[in-house]
Design a protein around this ligand. Sequence first.
Ligand SMILES: Nc1ncnc2c1ncn2[C@@H]1O[C@H](COP(=O)(O)OP(=O)(O)OP(=O)(O)O)[C@@H](O)[C@H]1O
Length: 218
Amino acid sequence: MTEPLLEARQITSERDDRVLFESLDLSVGPGDLVRLEGPNGAGKTTLLRILAGLFPPTCGEVRWRGRPISGNSDGFFGDMLYLGHRAGIKSLLTPQENLRALEGARRGYSEACVEGALVQVGLAGFEDVPCKQLSAGQQRRVALARLLLSDEPLWLLDEIFTAIDKNGVAALEAMLVERARAGGMVVMTTHHDFEAPGMRRVVLGQAAPAPEPAGAFY
Ligand SMILES: Nc1ncnc2c1ncn2[C@@H]1O[C@H](COP(=O)(O)OP(=O)(O)OP(=O)(O)O)[C@@H](O)[C@H]1O
């Protein structure tokens, strides 16, 4: 691995008196594609939100370019794109308006750029439709168009394959691999069976499991 830019040092997270993970170290550098794995409730989203500076760890520290993210929020948030479970889009706005609000204002993208991204994610003809009238997968695609516009080096992505159809999944997988190949950094959670050469795995929830009741849905 190249020099790490994102470093989680000795991260512990406890929620409701339950230790999700303890003294976890993670280093991510240019070209890294990292998948957080584990069963429901293992703490993948929690870890991703800690890495994004959106949730505090119980102990430990996250550093970006050698500085704690807590005291470096301007630099860090400018370098990082977080896509959470929820698409993060406003249902009353159209795809175009959402993208302009989310990315355009911050980065000054042209109309053509925004439109091109929407076409690329398969939303041609839906640019002006309020998002509440789009399907779950189409709404998700609005959020994914942000990736196409993103020049942030670090992507933190939570369950981005949810509700995406087979062709969309293949395109998205290729985008993530290409992003890493081009020197970006991707840390993601997914229950989708995504494999890529060189992808690193961080498995959570491997503490001793509670006994399974008979007939349980596991
Ligand atoms: N807002 C919250 N308040 C209190 N506890 C929470 C909250 N969100 C999650 N938790 C708890 O933290 C634990 C880990 O949740 P988390 O969402 O990180 O798991 P996950 O591995 O991402 O699960 P999944 O695969 O279901 O998305 C769970 O036991 C959950 O109950």
